[in-house]
Write a protein that binds this ligand. Sequence first.
Ligand SMILES: [Fe+2]
Ligand SMILES: [Fe+2]
Length: 288
Amino acid sequence: MSSTTTMTSQPPELRPRDSLVQLDLESALRLQVLTRNADLPVLPGTAVEALRLVRDPRVRTDDLLAVVELDPPLAARILAVANSSYYARGNAIRSLRQAVVRLGLHALRDVIYMAIYASTLFDAPGLIDVVRETFDHSVIVARFAQRLAPHVGIDDETAFLAGLLHDVGRARCCKVLSKLPQARGQSRDVLVPLIDRYHEAAGAALALAWNLPTEVADACEHHHAPCTPLATLIAAADAVAYALEQPPRASIEALELATQRVGLSAAEAIEIFEPLRAELSARVSALP
Ligand SMILES: [Fe+2]
Ligand SMILES: [Fe+2]
């Protein structure tokens, strides 16, 4: 999620006491995220192996199933995502094997990425709404980026992964803040600006810790000031996601700037993404 405050409006004015609390929280968050790399969620061994397999173009379905079946919570989450309205289209998927047959390996790979994200990062008591919003937004950006990737000569799998993870640092910041006693009971007006400010660095560190491609980590770090082709693509997908939301959260100027960088007009980009608009309003319902 790009920072809404930077797109459309200034953050709300805080009361003096809230400003002091925010300063205190900021130094704690900065320390944890930038210097101690605290709360870098560790991937379970099965997820590491599943991620390795799904990136292997020669992977055999049976090998992938054998790994995922070793981790029942992950397997359950994969089934939940596979049964979301986007993938299941009204037909219940009851087993992993059925998911493979129904979805195909390509879509299953995306489902596994989403399941690993959801099962690893939904751990921020008090801020779970922010994590959920971030996840929903990220799935939409991932799909937009995947759709747009061939137009700009980028591999669609990498585009999907970068879109899904571009704001993963927000979930990590939420996790860190949820453990700070001084954050307890604080309003979103106090906490969200801090999450906005540190999510890029927090996400890049997480992507590197998970051994994801460097370009994906770069997209996490630079999607608000893009300086690589992939980060530029993600910035465009991010802007379109915001422009298609109701009410829109990206200004038309932000949208035009972002889409021009990938060689499209704002209108062309919206035309490409319009078929996905229904999903934006329906959201992605495969979450905890
Ligand atoms: Fe974003
Ligand atoms: Fe962002």
